[in-house]
Design a protein around this ligand. Sequence first.
Ligand SMILES: [Zn+2]
Length: 70
Amino acid sequence: MNLFGISKENAKKVKNKVLPKNIRLKDKQLWCPYCSCPVIFQKDKNLGTKRCPLCSISIRDYWVKKVNKL
Ligand SMILES: [Zn+2]
């Protein structure tokens, strides 16, 4: 298993490419397009970036950035 394989697999599972209009994110929350829920991205010391605590997608992921307008 490698990181590239994981991200490629996740890329197929994107459900919501936009933030649903009925969702209001709280402070520090971001929308995870892979989990389809609001999450607070947790800092990963090994990667030096933030990750979704549920699916471990990086905050640098294309769809995470796109959905959250990062
Ligand atoms: Zn997630």
